[in-house]
Design a binder for this molecule. Structure first.
Ligand code: AP5
Length: 214
């Protein structure tokens, strides 16, 4: 099954994608996580991502496609994937359709997670992520253990460089200009199911499960 978790920054795409992996038995493909991994490894590709990401701008399509094409060839993605933060533009959506077509697959559902800008800022500025396993915390809503280390792996927790309020506002503008139009693209194919992304983690997971099972 191929599912897109769609929504603005901070909607909870990454958090919910990790919760769906075991249910759907397919991996999460997060272009944001893949780009941060390239940056952390100091690769040439990672250095090219740096200026766009820290300014809250989208990385050019050509650089993104290369990453996704490689990732889709991996064995664990043979039966499908949960796309998180991808596609972000109409050309990316068209490219994904072509890649899946070559694999004789197609997007089954686009879950559109709705949340206000005020909620996005509140969530993102309080986010902390484990550098070891990628587990996502929030200082108030899903607080890490008191000793400040990841409950899963004991890893250090860090705050993303692009999680400052002014960068979040820029990311939101990019979302409205370039990514929100994808709702029309997938809507025309009858693939979009809208869910309220505000509520407890379990409630939002249940809504997404219902959307995926429709
Ligand atoms: P990316 O990493 O994809 O970021 P994003 O889409 O902006 O989304 P976030 O990761 O900020 O939010 P999320 O929806 O995953 O929320 P999360 O689950 O973490 O992209 C970053 C940058 O990379 C882009 O700006 C761009 O430069 C580049 N990029 C990436 N992909 C690209 C592409 N395809 N094309 C071009 N450029 C690309 O949750 C947020 C917080 O809220 C957490 O603290 C969490 O604990 C909390 N939370 C989650 N759910 C709830 C809940 N129900 N109640 C309370 N708190 C909650």
């Amino acid at each position: 099954m191929d599912v897109i978790l769609f929504g603005p920054p901070g909607a909870g795409k990454g958090t919910q994608a990790k919760r769906l992996i075991s249910q759907l038995s397919v991996p999460q493909i997060s272009t944001g996580d893949m780009m941060r991994a390239e940056r952390a490894s100091g690769t040439d590709l990672g250095k090219r991502f740096e200026s766009f990401m820290s300014a809250g701008k989208l990385v050019p399509d050509a650089l993104v496609l290369e990453l996704v094409e490689q990732r889709l060839k991996a064995e664990d993605a043979e039966a499908g994937a949960i796309f998180d933060g991808y596609p972000r533009t109409i050309p990316q959506a068209e490219a994904l359709d072509s890649m899946l077509d070559r694999l004789e697959r197609k997007i089954d559902v686009v879950v559109s997670m709705e949340i206000s800008l005020a909620e996005q800022i509140d969530r993102i500025t309080g986010r902390r992520t484990c550098v070891g396993c990628g587990h996502i915390y929030h200082v108030r809503y899903s607080p890490p253990p008191s000793e400040g280390r990841c409950a899963n792996c004991g890893g250090e927790l860090s705050q993303r460089k692009d999680d400052l309020e002014e960068v979040v506002r820029k990311r939101h503008e990019e979302y409205l200009a370039n990514t929100a139009p994808l709702l029309g693209y997938y809507g025309a194919k009858g693939l979009v199911v809208t869910v309220n992304a505000v509520g407890s983690l379990d409630d939002v997971t249940a809504r997404i499960r219902d959307a995926v099972a429709r």
